[in-house]
Design a protein around this ligand. Sequence first.
Ligand code: PEP
Ligand code: CO
Length: 462
Amino acid sequence: MSDRKLAPVPPDDGWSPRSWRARPAAQQPDYPDREALAQVLRELQALPPLVTSWEILALKQQLAEAQEGRRFLLQGGDCAENFEDCSAEVISNRLKVLLQMSLVLVHGLRLPVVRVGRFAGQYAKPRSADTETVDGTTLPSYRGDIVNAPAFDAAARRPDPRRMVKAHARSAMTMNFVRSLIDGGFADLHHPEYWDLGWVGHSPLAEEYRRMVAGIGDAVRFMETLSGSEVHNLNRVDFYTSHEALLLPYEEAQTRQVPRQWGWFNLGTHFPWLGMRTTALDGGHVEYLRGIRNPVAVKVGPSVTPDQLLRLVDMLNPGDEPGRLTLIHRMGAKHVATALPPLLEAMRRDGRRVLWVCDPMHGNTEKAATGYKTRRFANIRSELEQAFELHAAAGTRLGGVHLELTGEDVTECTGGARDLTDADLARAYRSTVDPRLNYEQALEVAMLVVRKQAQLAAPRGA
Ligand code: PEP
Ligand code: CO
């Protein structure tokens, strides 16, 4: 079948980068100054793109391979980036922890890993309410740095379209720094010790990690001795970006046509996804996403029915194109065993081609007694382990994980190798939105994915 036949949208069906405007779009700010908004969108449209169509198509190919079980997807980063944290240290530490996790996964799963950051554009946040009331004062909710500022005062909370230009610039700086680090050999497999974060010396996981790194170093040297030459491509890895396609005027302004390619691409990110609150079949977000050629993902929560999911898949991937659609389930440790199997069964029965990914974070958010929003590592672990088992039982394949994490030493999720408690949360709680895994907890998740897969692959009774 030619690529053209797999076009997400037939040329005459009325889709355009702005056709979402005729639909109800949830979670959009109310910009008081419409003229300033229009001016910003014109400015954004004229700026160069952040990514290219060939990178997007290469990622789609890798995701198609993940669907077939020939790769594993690691997608992770902050819940929300903020303008302040666009710094060398934060960006390189986050890159390091993602690289370390991918090393653990490659080594343990014996599969290439598709690396996708939740960064270089993850600035918009869905909220449960449009407004927030404190001591009798009601203001618009904070919707992420691309829209307004978190401080509770009228000026900070006023949606400001200029913030989109700033978010675009910060995304470009992040992207540029990540690309330079990787091109400069930061991810060189000859020197994984460069990826060490300070913790490695004193973590309970350090020994396991060091043993693995030493093993990889030996393997690389062995191959080089055998072949008599340097193993190439080990000094370079691919890194892709993703963010929630929430703020539709911004996404529309990033949607472009390119020479020698048909159709439209969102060139603001490689891999946009829809959050759980914006998947209405007749809503603006699904309308926008269905017409672009990027690979796309959708978060699937516990209230989605098999019928709704099938209709969503029909809209977003009518041609059953390989690599096009990823479904990220985020059910919560308590609900996954009941909510997931009917969805897996419906998709399997209909023979739909999707990549299944587990987000074990967003269904497990709770409030600690001390008032902090947190997640217990035991619940994250439980959801992930159950997900692997449920897929194995359904005859489907869990092909990736989606995580909120940081390379910083924060205390936002409890539990893990260091067994953080509610009392530890106050020590280094830095997230303005959801609690993230710190570097150690993130690495622990990678290790548990490997262990779980090995356990499922082992012959029964072994
Ligand atoms: C998120 O990924 O930060 C998020 C808000 O997720 P969800 O849409 O799954 O709740
Ligand atoms: Co989040």
